[in-house]
Write a protein that binds this ligand. Structure first.
Ligand SMILES: NC(=O)c1ccc[n+]([C@@H]2O[C@H](COP(=O)([O-])OP(=O)(O)OC[C@H]3O[C@@H](n4cnc5c(N)ncnc54)[C@H](O)[C@@H]3O)[C@@H](O)[C@H]2O)c1
Length: 370
């Protein structure tokens, strides 16, 4: 492996710009080439970053790149990761989700292991100063023993700001598949592997694109759009998770941990920065925690690629592993299976007696296109 890790970006869309900025700040990696199914996009991205664009069919070549960075829509990650592994590119990084089903994620992880390829998967927000500070506070007992946690993603969804939002509403994506990895990866690192007990989900199918040239166009969401789930950590800590693309606005903390000595609120796990708030038991006052001494100075999507490049060149263990992505995918899948399982309400309010019905994944009958 050369001292400088040659990186090729596959998928030159919105998120690729942030990666390029982060990678440009690291002396360890060099963005060498890029590719996109749309050659004009690859050329434009290459022009902006002073690199040549390569055909998608020939970019996954260890003679050209040491690390493939897959930044395409969710449904394409599985095939591209397998292609990069088969081509023996030494390092493969994928945006989340690594694949749309736990079986496909497990296949990528297993094939990378067998081939001796270093695999990393987003999110890398757990490498940012906010999460590092929060993790340190939990690890060192600042809030005592963790008693419970809530994780709440309440968003309008990507249709408001993304010009091509359809893939983010496809089966396997939605709030759980697309945004859930930020929350589930953070909880996995804070509390350890999670178990799923119960969930409900519903879908308001017809959505409207709100930005870009397709603004006003309607499309159909395939994934459940609002999910509520009850999880526990291996130690039995109860976690209540809500993931929704059907919220107008919210004041609920994104991730809150309650402990015997205090409470901690983490900022949005979709980002690397933000205030970590601590309230000591009995004070009812929230104070921002100063960044821990180990918190990195640099931030931004692409930190995981630099971490993977460090692992490639220095033999360190990568932080955002395929194994973590596999645990996240298994939890997401279990939540959707729990939600789809027909189950009866244990308590029906008196005025509804006689109308109790099997619950599970329901479609709101009268759909609006909000
Ligand atoms: N947009 C964001 O702010 C953001 C933030 C974090 C993570 N992500 C993740 O990054 C990934 C990409 O999101 P985006 O918003 O940049 O999408 P995008 O639609 O803006 O860009 C995706 C690009 O991939 C190209 N592409 C599609 N299939 C391809 C293929 N098979 N081979 C080569 N190129 C292909 C498309 O032409 C497009 O240029 C997703 O997994 C998303 O979850 C996005």
């Amino acid at each position: 492996m050369t001292a400088i890790v040659r990186v090729g970006i596959i998928g030159c869309g919105m998120v690729a710009e942030e990666y390029a900025t982060t990678l440009a700040a690291s002396p360890l990696v060099r963005l060498t080439t890029c590719a996109d199914a749309d050659p004009a996009r690859a050329d434009a991205f290459g022009g902006r970053h002073g690199i040549p664009a390569t055909e998608p069919g020939s970019v996954l070549d260890p003679n050209i790149i040491d690390l493939a960075v897959i930044l395409t829509p969710p449904h394409t990650h599985h095939a591209l990761a397998l292609e990069a592994i088969a081509a023996r590119v030494p390092g493969v990084w994928s945006e989340k989700p690594l694949a749309l089903t736990p079986g496909d994620v497990a296949q990528v992880v297993a094939e990378a292991d067998t081939a001796g390829i270093l695999l990393g998967a987003a999110p890398d927000t757990t490498l940012g100063p906010a999460f590092v500070t929060a993790h340190e506070a939990v690890r060192t007992g600042r809030i005592g023993t963790v008693l419970s946690a809530t994780a709440t993603l309440m968003s309008t969804g990507l249709k408001r700001w993304h010009p091509s939002p359809e893939p983010f509403y496809a089966q396997g994506a939605g709030p759980l598949g697309d945004m859930g990895p930020y929350y589930l990866a953070a909880l996995d690192e804070l509390l350890g592997p999670l178990q799923v007990h119960a969930a409900t989900a519903h879908t308001r199918k017809v959505r409207t694109i709100r930005s870009g040239p397709a603004a006003g166009k309607h499309f159909t969401a395939q994934a459940p759009i609002h999910i509520g789930a009850l999880l526990t950590s291996a130690d039995g800590v109860p976690v209540t998770l809500t993931a929704s693309f059907d919220a107008a606005a919210t004041r609920t903390p994104r991730i809150e941990l309650q402990g015997t000595r205090g409470a901690l609120v983490l900022p949005d796990p979709n980002f690397h920065t933000g205030d970590v708030l601590f309230a000591e038991y009995g004070t009812f006052t929230w104070e921002p925690l100063p960044p821990t001494s180990g918190a990195p100075r640099m931030t931004g999507r692409g930190m995981g690629v630099i971490d993977l490049a460090t692992a490639l060149t220095q033999g360190t263990a990568p932080a955002c592993t395929g194994a973590r992505a596999a645990r996240v995918a298994a939890v997401s899948d279990a939540i959707l299976r729990a939600a789809a399982r027909p189950h009866r309400a244990l308590l029906t309010p008196p005025h509804q007696h006689g109308t109790a019905h099997a619950e599970g994944t329901t479609t709101i009958a009268k759909e609006s296109t909000r």
